[in-house]
Design a protein around this ligand. Structure first.
Ligand code: ASP
Length: 341
């Protein structure tokens, strides 16, 4: 695809060559993310960060990625502080706000809303999550992480074995990730969820149409016994009619160190898009896994900066200029990426 000026709304826009380009640019961002160098390549540019649903990582890492390229960030969070609360349409908001920014990242609770906004925007729009539909930048950083993790263990993306666990019905990250996995060969996918929260058929079909072996089950232990990646997800409480209904499914697919030791192969990588629900009754991904070197959740978040920097550099067409506008840092810095397990 042509990146300069493009909206990023769905991972369906990408083919495998596009993904490889994004990942190569992401790799080249490492010195900047590690504060070994600073670049001012986007000096003067403004990112409009518009988040109408709760977000920490996605919002802050989009902003941070833009800052690391030298740009400025303006934020709108929540409906209450926006004129949408006064009845303004997405069309009007997009016409106005695209006059204030060079690129816009947007999260919204309704499926398709970011695409609707983008169709009226005069600048590129990146989907930061639209309801239960898609979360393209998360899927890209997940795939980037999977590739790094399996390669570090001598494996490859083709013939990957992955179990996706939890709320596969409402979890937009697994929807986008499934579409991306369809670009690879001979992937084995175990979909593990309560029946009521099963992966929607259209995504299962996409995986099967790619020739992948897909198993659907609500049984955890066997599904995680021979995979390279366990990708756990949160019950998407905000998409249920009530907390009581979400509570019915909480804790069904708990992963902790004892379960990992008993059922997983010693090298299995554990991922989660975060936030993990750490409340006592959540029983999702226990903190006793924090010492497990195969827990990749904080490597995912570090990788998110690299991938989001790459997207901005490509959309705003400055990939070749990043290094020209760079210098060494002049403040104390001593950081590393979260290390590979
Ligand atoms: N942060 C991810 C999302 O916005 C995952 C989650 O919220 O569970 O979709």
């Amino acid at each position: 695809m042509q990146f300069p000026g493009a909206h990023i709304l769905s991972v369906e826009q990408f083919d495998r060559a596009d993904i490889e380009r994004i990942f190569a640019v992401a790799d080249s961002m490492e010195p900047y993310a590690l504060r070994k160098r600073v670049t001012r390549v986007l000096e003067g540019a403004i990112l409009g960060n518009m988040f109408f649903e709760p977000s920490t990582r996605t919002r802050v890492s989009f902003g941070c990625a833009f800052n690391l390229l030298g740009g400025e960030v303006r934020e709108t969070t929540g409906f209450k502080s926006s004129a949408i609360a006064k009845g303004e349409s997405l069309y009007d908001t997009a016409r106005v706000l695209s006059g204030y920014s060079d690129v816009i990242c947007m999260r919204h609770p309704e499926e398709g809303s970011v695409a609707e906004f983008a169709s009226a925007s005069r600048v590129p729009v990146v989907n930061g999550g639209d309801g239960a539909n898609e979360h393209p930048s998360q899927a890209l950083l997940d795939l980037y992480t999977i590739q790094k993790e399996v390669r570090a263990k001598g494996g490859s993306m083709d013939s990957l074995r992955i179990a996706m666990i939890g709320d596969l019905k409402y979890g937009r990250t697994v929807h986008s990730l499934s579409k991306l996995l369809a670009l690879y060969d001979r992937v084995e996918v175990a979909l593990v969820s309560p029946q009521e929260l099963a992966m929607p058929e259209k995504y299962v079909e996409t995986l099967r149409a790619a020739g992948h072996k897909v198993t659907v089950s609500s049984e955890l232990s066997q599904s995680i016994s021979s995979v390279d990646i366990v990708y756990s997800t949160r019950i998407q409480e905000e998409r249920f009619a009530s907390k009581a209904e979400a509570d019915l499914y909480r804790g069904r697919f708990r992963l902790n160190q004892a379960i990992y030791t008993q059922f997983c192969q010693p090298n299995t990588v554990i991922m989660h898009p975060l936030p993990r629900d750490s409340r006592a009754d959540a029983n999702e991904l226990d903190t006793d896994l924090n010492q497990n070197p195969n827990l990749a959740i904080f490597r995912q978040t570090d990788n998110g900066i690299l991938v989001r920097m790459a997207l901005f550099a490509m959309i705003l067409d400055v990939v070749d200029q990043v290094d020209k506008h760079a210098r060494d840092v002049n403040w104390y810095h001593n950081r590393d990426l979260n290390e590979l397990g």
